[in-house]
Design a protein around this ligand. Structure first.
Ligand SMILES: Nc1ncnc2c1ncn2[C@@H]1O[C@H](COP(=O)(O)OP(=O)(O)OP(=O)(O)O)[C@@H](O)[C@H]1O
Length: 266
């Protein structure tokens, strides 16, 4: 059954309402997500943070339709979703497993587009635009194994962009790259949000990263998982890796978030 949500009349692009998820059934059922309610507005960057094992990846898998939720509902633009939403693209931590090593960068980006019934010219233009957006126009004919880790993750981001999703879901996307590359990729995400008006939901372990990137942070904790707090991040725009991180408001938010998560682990 498809139902609608009042978000139809608000700015919320994604609404997660009383979501619950258990693995297994009957006596073997294990409740991982108890009750999560939050929303992500159009063009907003929201980061999910929480202790290891709390169910962050499980939440993203429910949103992406890879696992059915056992309670509650997910709405995109006010319409309840069941199954993989066509409006979403995903970027995972492990770029080495998500890219096809035997295909060129260009071919990797084209892959998900084959379901969209686009003309050859449209595909070529989307690939070109996505590669330019991530600064990899020069690497179109190379293979993933010829690129650094950071470049490979840029290819994964370009592939998601070329699909032109309304919502980009990212699970620890920068966890496997060095610190400098991580900063560059964080700034790339902010640029994508601004240039494409993209709505982005990102899971991260790194509280500093969440504070730096977010318009809002959703902290989750407890077993089964619940929302601990949703925090507005009103740091000045544009963000800058040096000056933003040096602001007293940045430190305050970081300490507050860390404390929340520490308490939820105790
Ligand atoms: N397919 C599955 N079947 C059964 N249990 C699962 C499955 N996937 C995850 N779990 C369990 O659900 C819990 C939450 O796992 P999940 O990976 O969602 O947490 P997480 O917050 O993303 O963890 P981390 O921060 O360490 O990546 C863990 O106890 C995990 O063992």
């Amino acid at each position: 059954m498809t139902t609608t949500h009042s978000a139809e009349t608000t700015n919320a692009r994604l609404v997660v309402e009383n979501l619950g998820k258990s693995y297994g059934s009957g006596a073997n059922a294990k409740e991982i997500i108890g009750d999560l309610t939050f929303s992500v507005n159009a063009g907003e960057m929201v980061c999910i943070v929480g202790p290891s094992g709390v169910g962050k990846t499980t939440l993203l898998k429910c949103l992406a339709g890879l696992h059915p939720n056992t309670k509650g509902a997910i709405y995109i633009d006010g319409k309840q979703v069941s199954g993989p939403p066509k409006e979403m693209a995903l970027v995972f931590q492990d770029y080495s497993r998500s890219l096809m090593p035997w295909f060129t960068v260009e071919k990797n980006i084209k892959l998900p587009l084959r379901h969209l019934k686009l003309s050859k010219a449209e595909i070529a233009s989307r690939v070109e635009e996505a590669l330019a957006a991530v600064g990899l126009s020069h690497a179109a004919k190379q293979h993933p194994w010829q690129l650094s880790g950071g470049m490979q993750q840029r290819v994964a981001i370009a592939r998601a962009l070329a699909y032109r999703p309304e919502i980009l879901i990212m699970d620890e996307p920068f966890a496997s790259v060095d610190a400098q590359t991580r900063f560059e990729l964080e700034d790339l995400c902010l640029k994508i949000r601004d240039d494409f008006g993209m709505t982005i939901l990102l899971v991260t372990h790194d509280i500093d990263e969440a504070v730096y990137l977010s318009d809002r942070i959703v902290a989750i904790g407890n077993k089964p998982a619940t929302v601990l707090e949703v925090m507005d991040v009103q740091l000045p725009e544009p963000r800058d890796q040096i000056t933003t991180r040096a602001l007293p408001e940045f430190s305050e938010l970081r300490s507050h978030t860390l404390e929340l998560i520490r308490k939820a682990q105790a």
